[in-house]
Design a protein around this ligand. Structure first.
Ligand SMILES: NC(=O)c1ccc[n+]([C@@H]2O[C@H](COP(=O)([O-])OP(=O)(O)OC[C@H]3O[C@@H](n4cnc5c(N)ncnc54)[C@H](OP(=O)(O)O)[C@@H]3O)[C@@H](O)[C@H]2O)c1
Length: 166
């Protein structure tokens, strides 16, 4: 069975995804959305994103990528390359790249699907979602929401557009 490789991220209007190794916003609805989509599936993350988590997220095998030969993350699968991360997800119908910026930048070329929470405001930050070629992707769905404080955010799914020859 082929594993669908999905990237999942929440991004501000100015592409910011993080600041000081944490999220720039408090948006519980997005965390619920993340949990609903990823539970039961492998989540693949860079070492810095792993260190930003409060702990292991239940019900999801964690695959942590690092270049360090000595890094350990109890309860996680630790690998030294994206190829080895994908091999660790074998047999899962869908695996999720969950960040951060460095990992997204490498994974976009490999991904089949993109779950983007598009937050309709700018935030200061030091980590950004990579620019990507929109012509390679089509929008499959867009659900528009507004948080209690008025912040508008969209849950958007983009799928990779197959080559014209297919
Ligand atoms: N808004 C969102 O949806 C979202 C989601 C996730 C994270 N974030 C934010 O993103 C920020 C973190 O992103 P980041 O870019 O700084 O770090 P990151 O991508 O989480 O982790 C980078 C680290 O991953 C390892 N790595 C990356 N590519 C590798 C490769 N090809 N082979 C082996 N190891 C590799 C390296 O670890 P070593 O240094 O150990 O070698 C590298 O330093 C935080 O602010 C976090 O809150 C936001």
């Amino acid at each position: 069975m082929k594993t669908r490789l999905s990237v999942i991220a929440a991004m501000a209007k100015n592409r910011v995804i993080g600041i000081n190794n944490t999220l720039p916003w408090r948006l519980p609805e997005d965390l619920k959305h993340f949990k609903a989509l990823t539970t039961g599936h492998h989540i693949v993350m860079g070492r810095k994103t792993f260190e930003s988590l409060p702990g292991i997220l239940p019900g999801r095998p964690h695959v942590v990528i690092t270049r360090s030969p000595v890094f350990q993350a109890p309860g996680c699968i630790v690998v030294n390359s994206i190829d080895n991360a994908l091999a660790a997800c074998k047999g899962d119908p869908e695996a999720f790249i969950v960040g951060g910026a460095e990992l997204y930048a490498q994974a976009m070329a490999l991904a089949d699907r993109l779950y983007l929470t598009e937050i309709q405001a700018d935030y200061p930050g030091d980590a950004r979602f990579p620019e990507f070629d929109r012509s390679l992707w089509h929008e499959t769905s867009r659900d528009i929401h507004r948080a209690a404080d008025g912040l508008e955010y969209h849950f958007v799914i983009y799928d990779r557009t197959p080559p014209a020859s297919l």
